[in-house]
Design a protein around this ligand. Sequence first.
Ligand code: DGJ
Length: 765
Amino acid sequence: MRSANAEARVFVHTGNHEFHLTNGQVSYIVRINDQGKALQLYYGAAVEDRDDFGYLVEMQRRSTASCPIEGNLFYSLEHLRQEFPEYGTTDYRMPAISVLQANGSRITDFRFAGYHVDNGKPKLEGLPSAYVDEDREAVTLSIELADDLTGLTVNLMYTLFADTPVMTRSVAVRNNGNAAVDIERLMSLSLDLPDDDYVFTQLTGSWARERSVVRDHLHPGIQQIGSLRGSASSHIHNPAVALARPDATESCGEVIGAALVYSGNFEAHVEVDPFAVSRLQMGIADFGFTWHLEPGADFQSPEVAFAYSSQGYNGMSHAFHDLVHRHIVRKQWRDRESPVLINNWEATYFDFDEDKLVAIASKAQKMGVELFVLDDGWFGERSNDKAGLGDWSANLKRLPHGLKGLAQRVNDLGMMFGLWFEPEMVNKNSDLYRAHPDWMLSTPGRNASHGRNEYVLNFANSQVVDNIYEQMHAVLSSANIGYIKWDMNRYITEAFDITRGAEHQGEVFHRYILGVYALHERLLKAFPDLIIEGCASGGGRFDLGMLCYSPQIWASDDTDAVERMSIQYGTSMFYPLSSIGSHVSIVPNHQTGREVSLNTRTNVAMFGTFGYELDPAALSEQELAQVSKDIAFFKKHREMIHKGDFYRLVSPFNKNPRHNDSMAWMVVSSDRRSAIVGDYRMLEHPMSPFTRLYLQGLDPTTRYRVTVRGGASTIDGMVFSGEELMRIGMLSTDASASSSAEAGGVNNLGDPHDFDSRLFVLEAC
Ligand code: DGJ
C-alpha cells in the first residue's frame, strides 16, 4: 500500500469541470455540473484518468421528486451524489450545511465559484491538522462555492497524500455578505457512495472499557454515533468509523475509514436513502451548536482524514498508522523512541512523599525504566480528589525540595522526570476558584454539576487559558521536566460562556476545545521537546486531534491485561501502537480483581508504548529479574513494535470456536527481516480444536527462525519460509509441549490455562 516515491496529483478537466485526485492508490473524482453543483463521481481504488467521467452522473425521472429547474423532471438533487449537499432545494437527506439567516430562512444554494490546486497542505488556523514537511508530499484541491443571496462562500479543501491512501477534507465558510448569519450545521466530510452494501464499524465503550469493535450492516435510514460531552471525543464513541464490504476481513476486502481530527462534540453518521445511496458525514455535532458569523468573518471546520483500503481492516489501519507517524505526530517526537516509563498512580494513589517516589524510581531504573512519572497529588492542597485542581505549584509538605529537588533526584538516577496535570479543571477548594469563581463554566441561575468533585474551567475565555499557561510554564521552567501527562477527568455540563452574549452561546463547546488546543500549542512552542501523554480518565480523548500534540495517549484506566487485549485491539484500528499508552500493573488487578501472570501482562503491554504502573517493591526478586529481561527485550524491538507494520490476526470480539477464545496480533519490521507475534488465550475450554495463525506481512521467500518467549511450543527453534507461515499458517496449538514460563507456574500455551500468552519472535536467517 505504501510507496515512498509516489506522487499525488489532481487532473483538472476544465472543459467539463472535473477534478480527479489520485496517487496511484486511490482516486477521488468530483465534477461540477452545469448548475454549478459539486457532484461526487467516484471514491475508491485508483483508476486511470480519462477526459470525461460524466457517464457516472446517474439521473432518472423518479416520481415524487422535487425538481429545481422548471420544465425538467429529471434533475433533482435528491437523486444526485453530492459533495456539499444542502437542505430545502430538493435534497431531503441530511445536509452538509445549515445557516440561519437574518430573515429566518435556512435555504442556501451554493454553486461553483472557482478552484485552485496547490502542492502541499496548508495548516488549519487554530485547529490541529495533518501536515507535510515538503510540498511534494501532498496535493491540495480547493473548490470554492458561493451563495449569491447571502454572500456566503464555502471552501471545500481536499488534500491527498502521496505516500499513503489517505485524504483529508475540511470546509471553511466566509461571510462576504452584509448581514450576520448563524451556522447551525457544518459537516467536515460529506461523502455519497453509490451503494449500501457496507458494514458500519465503530469503536464503542465506556470508561475502562474503551473502543470495542462493533459492526452492523447498513440499513435504510440513519446510523449515527457521536458525542455531546463537550470536553472530549469520549469513552463512549470514538470519532472514527469504517465502512467495510460485508466480506471484508482483517486482511482482505474493501474498507473505507474516516477519523475526525477533533476532540470536541462530534457526529458521524451514514444515511442510506431509498435508492441505496449511502451518505457518510462527519463533523462537529450540530445539536447545541451555532456559530455567529459577522460580515467579513470566517469559520473553519475541523478536518476529517479518510482512507481507502482493498486489503481489509489491516490495510485501513496501515493507512492511518502511516498518517499518524508521518503527518500527525509533531516532528520533534515523530522520529524518536518513546521512553519506557513507570507511573506511580496505581502504586501510591495520593499516599506518597518524596522518598517513597524516589524509592520507586530507583528500583525502576535498575530494571531499565527510562522515565519516572509523578501522577496526581503533587500540587496545592491535593491529598484527595476534593481539593487542589487549579493550583499548579508543588505541595512542599509532600515534596520538601519542591519539584526541582525531586526531578534532580530522578535525573541523578539517569532517568527523565515527568509530571501529571489536569489543566482544564478546578476544585472549589482551591486558591484559583476562590480568586476567580466566575472562571468556572456554569449557567447563570442554574445548579453547577460536578464530576469527581471537579468543575470545568471556561477554556473559551482566553484569560483563563492565559492563567493556566502561566502556571504551567512556571512549573515546567522550574525543574527538568521532559514529559507531562495531560489528564481531563470530566465532561461538560451547564455550558455557558459568561464572557459572551446570547448569540455566541452555541459556540461554547467549540471555543472550549479551541482553548485546549491553544494551550497545547503555546506550551509546545515554549517547550518543543516536551512529550505530552494525553489522557481523559484513561482513553476518553483518544483522537487524531490530540495526537497532533501528544504522540501517545493513555488508552484506558483499565490496566487488566485481559481487558486490555480488547481495548488495544480496538484502538489499533485507527491508531498506531506507538500512540497506545499501555502499562504492566500489579495483581490482583485494581479494576477487575483478576490475577493474570506477569508474562501475559507484559506481553499485552508491550504492544503499545510500554511502561509500568506498580511499586517494584511489591515484586519478588525473581519477578524483578524477569522485568529487567522484559524491558531489555522491548528496547531491542521497540523500533519495530512502534514503527513497523501491525497486523491484527485473531479478534477478541469475534468468538469463533476455531480460535479457542483467543486473540492474536503481530508486528513486522519495515525491512520484513523480523516480526513478533503475540498469541493470547482468554478463557480456556477443554478439548479445544487445533489452531494455527495465518501470519501476514512477511517476505514469502525469507526464512525465519521462530523463537518462543514466555511459553512453550513444539515449533520453538524451527525455521520456516514466510510463505509457509502465511499460507500453511503457524501452528499455535501444542498439546504435547509443556514447560513453565515462570517458575512454579504453568503459564504457556503448551499446557493452556486461562489468560496464558506467549510471543513468537521471528528473525530472518
Ligand atoms: C485518571 C487517569 O486516567 C489516571 O491514570 C490517573 O492519572 C488519575 N486520573 C489521577 O487522578
